[in-house]
Design a protein around this ligand. Sequence first.
Ligand code: HMG
Ligand code: MG
Length: 310
Amino acid sequence: MSSERSDFVTVVEVGPRDGLQNETNILPASTKVELIEQLANCGVPVIEAGSFVSPKWVPQMADTESVITGLTILPGTRYPVLVPNLTGFERAIKAGAKEIAVFTAASESFSERNTNCSITESISRLEAVTEQAKATGIRVRGYISCVLGCPYEGVIDANAVTAVCAQLMRLGCDEISLGDTIGVGTPALANALVKSVSSVVPVTQLAVHFHDTYGQALANILACLDAGVRTVDSSVSGLGGCPYANGASGNVASEDVVYMLHGLGLATGIDLNSLSITGDWISKQLQRPNNSKVGLALNQTNRSIHHAIE
Ligand code: HMG
Ligand code: MG
């Protein structure tokens, strides 16, 4: 199925990175590998497989080298990794990563707490990374955190987000993911933000990344689809949160997103039943509740009912 089609939505699964980076139970690399391979076999087209950040800052991701080198790659599936600086980029390339994601924020306070530097300093760090990536044909996604609110500064102006988008485009990012890190956004604001940043990023290069702290994520995604967005980040069983944003809950659950997209007549290439089995399995591995409503429903009821609805 082609991601160029307007009825196709690319679901970017961030559970193995954004999810697991904030789980108290640290899983062995072999379980992370199994998670990523299961997700690929469900038909998930893009799986963020880990991060090469400082292991002192995020010990949950310290074994990303072993995860990447241990993966059996499924042809056609993409496995980007998160990178904060040149050290991280070099580690990623050595491990065999073919795509990276870099990250900054629309809020100065969050930038300092997440990466120990101002937004301007983080952009220069990322410039060094994107220069190397572009020279070697590595695809780069750029994340912006706190696009609809910051745990330290409150409301964030859409113009501030648009200005950071423009900087990331200048660096040559292939895609920009707008992160509602603490899940405070609401649909009208999310829709307006997409329209505002569309002045500097073509909507085909935009992704949206909602954490579900206030239960608004699905509504926000729908509002962003209305504005033309066709790339959506999510995390199987709603894993995770953000270590530098107190109270931030996990990403919107992939199962819930896929169920909504299929209900809207949008294709994802993902087998929802298999995805819900993976969500149940990883929740058990982590000894935590499954945070996907669709996952819970499918795992508790007769799957044939779901087949009848789909
Ligand atoms: P720093 O301490 O300022 O870094 O951290 P530094 O450059 O001064 O280096 C200090 C030490 O760390 C040195 O080692 C470096 O070698 C080492 P020492 O000499 O002390 O032994 N170091 C590294 N080691 C391994 N890999 C590296 C690396 N870099 C330095 N890449 C730094 C700055 C950016 C590294 C740190 O703040 C960091 O790693 N932050 C990452 C925090 C993080 O991962 N946050 C979560 C991801 S972002 C997110 O979740 C948001 C998102 O989902 C979107 C949304 O929801 O909003 C994307
Ligand atoms: Mg996130």
